[in-house]
Design a binder for this molecule. Structure first.
Ligand code: GLN
Length: 543
């Protein structure tokens, strides 16, 4: 048995406003400790009552990030996986709903042996159990725990209470980082520390004092501001860290490490200083900031009129995967979101797609905008524009092919047209029963499944392997009744799940690059390891 290690925990909490960058800060801390040769894992604790992120509207919540073990989690988990270059699982994610559900299940099973089950201590105790369990599962020296929401609000109090209790249990093993925001009001023109002072007080009122403040804002922290933060928030001056806006989130590990953030927190945790090898990150940032050319990608889907911010959030991993692949080719990705409904109103408009180097149709649900998407896919197929279809993008590419190449005009998915005579995309009986009985939460085909690849195809060449594993999140499937026909007509079935014989990848012969995947390859793209299909798709776009 290897000697047991002293596990350390860093809690990251947010002050002043949401969206301040807790997730990227947490992920960056993880990257730094990895670059120090330590084993690291990261958890997200989300305050909402939903058991997972799968039942929330993407407009409200952003992307649902799927882990290998099929958990439907928050997009911050994607940032952790990308920055840590590691696979996480359901141990790394919790919500208020999930914690309560477990405590209530325990109570029903008499696990509290007749005691009165209380919000405190039983809820924080279950939170702590989960944090320690994740640390153990990943055998982590350092476990980073990001608490969702902002200090001072009601919803995340029990997570903060759990953090406080852990600090009491083992004071030397727990550190707190407050990621806060310092606004620069236009009429004043300088950074203001007061909101952060209030956030720090709010944290004090729940029994926690920050060990470090990461000061987010438009500008660098100057000396007077730093002084104020240190004095009024009770944080040492050296632990007030400047984190101004930067062009790319992938610069943040480098920026933080320039201020020796990793060692400063190790000191809080009673650990020795360690060298950091940030070369990979430096090289990567150089690639990002010094592109040699551009690649122009159209992302076609149904888009809601809520502005770019939310939209980009809903496809976070897709965007990151496009970036990783583009940077691999030393190209700067230029993404444009195209609302497919414009091609329904005006089919001739589809010709505008000639102005792009390639086309992506990401995942989606429901009927809105899909006829427009099918028009865009037809254009990509006929005009030989590189195409990558992700999940719904694969299903709709198959429907387009059956309609226009096999001539079966009514071809459809039963998701949209339950009684279609040509159900190219259908539903298996288990899934149909889930839908009939309103069993929506956590019941899709979720998580990693094997996929056997056909040799001599672009897909096989991209992966350079016969068998791969990819993550899924969908309810409907390609109908094997159509398999031989599409394959013979040129939309080749090149990836199959060996256990279920389900179609996982289709690829057009006689086309520079036209691939549709039933799974979501974007979840496994990493900064230093772009996903092979995205990589070769962008390669084809640049060719
Ligand atoms: N709506 C489709 C399904 O449920 C595709 C889902 C997706 O793109 N994630 O099968």
């Amino acid at each position: 048995m290897p000697a047991s290690i002293q596990r350390k925990f860093i809690f990251v909490v947010g002050g002043v406003l949401s969206g301040v960058g807790k997730g990227v800060t947490s992920a960056s801390l993880g990257a730094i400790y990895k670059a120090k040769g330590l084993r690291v894992t990261a958890l997200k604790a989300d305050p909402y009552v939903n058991v997972d992120a799968g039942t929330m509207n993407p407009i409200e919540h952003g992307e649902v990030f799927v882990t290998n073990d099929g958990d439907e989690t928050d997009q911050d988990m994607g940032n952790y996986e990308r920055f840590l270059d590691t696979d996480l699982d359901s141990n790394n994610y919790m919500t208020t709903g999930r914690v309560y559900l477990k405590v209530i299940e325990n109570e029903r099973q008499m696990k509290y042996k007749g005691r009165c089950v209380q919000v405190v201590p039983h809820i924080p105790e279950e939170i702590i159990r989960r944090i320690r369990e994740a640390a153990k599962r990943h055998d982590a020296h350092i476990t980073i725990v990001e608490i969702g929401g902002t200090v001072g609000e009601y919803e995340n109090l029990l997570f903060l209470e759990a953090a406080r209790m852990m600090k009491l249990q083992s004071p030397a093993d727990v550190a707190f980082v407050l990621v806060s925001y310092l606004p620069v009001p236009a009429h004043i023109g300088e950074m203001k520390t007061k909101p952060t002072q209030h956030a720090s007080r709010a944290l004090n009122s729940v029994g926690i004092n920050a060990d470090m403040i990461v000061a987010r804002g438009r500008l660098e922290l100057d000396k007077p501001r730093l002084e104020k933060l240190a004095v009024f928030c009770g944080v040492s001056r050296e632990n007030c860290i400047s984190a101004p806006d930067v062009p790319s989130i992938y610069q943040i590990p480098v920026k933080l490490e320039e201020q020796d953030v990793g060692n400063k927190l190790l000191k809080v945790l009673g650990m020795k200083r360690r060298q950091t090898d940030m070369k990979k990150w430096h090289d990567f940032v150089h690639r990002i900031l010094q592109p040699e050319r551009e690649v122009k990608i159209a992302v076609v889907g149904k888009y809601f009129g809520t502005g770019d911010f939310t939209l980009a959030d809903s496809y976070h991993s897709v965007i990151e995967a496009i970036k990783h692949a583009s940077w691999h080719h030393r190209a700067k990705p230029v993404l444009e979101w195209i609302d497919s409904e414009r091609y329904e109103a005006n089919p001739a408009k589809v010709k505008e797609l000639a102005g792009y180097d390639g086309l992506i149709v990401p995942g989606g649900f429901g009927s809105r905008g899909i006829e427009g998407i099918i028009r865009a896919i037809k254009f990509a197929r006929e005009e030989k524009k590189p195409y990558l279809g992700l999940c719904y993008g694969m299903q709709l590419a198959s429907i387009e092919f059956v309609r226009h190449v096999l001539g079966k005009k009514t071809a459809h998915t039963v998701e949209v047209s339950p009684d279609t005579a040509e159900p190219v995309i259908h539903i298996n009986p288990n899934q149909a029963a889930n839908v009939r009985n309103n069993r929506y939460g956590g019941t899709m085909r979720l998580g990693a499944y094997d996929c056997a690849l056909r040799r001599g195809t672009k897909t096989h060449a991209a992966y350079g392997a016969d068998l791969v594993s990819e993550r899924h999140r969908h309810r409907y499937e390609f109908n094997n009744e159509y398999r031989e026909a599409i394959d013979a007509a040129g939309l080749r079935v090149v990836g199959i799940n060996p256990e279920s014989d389900l179609v996982e990848i289709v690829e057009l012969a006689e086309h520079p690059f036209f691939v549709g995947t039933q799974f979501h390859p974007e979840f496994q793209s990493r900064p230093f390891r772009p996903h092979p299909l995205f990589r070769d798709f962008i390669g084809a776009c640049l060719a």
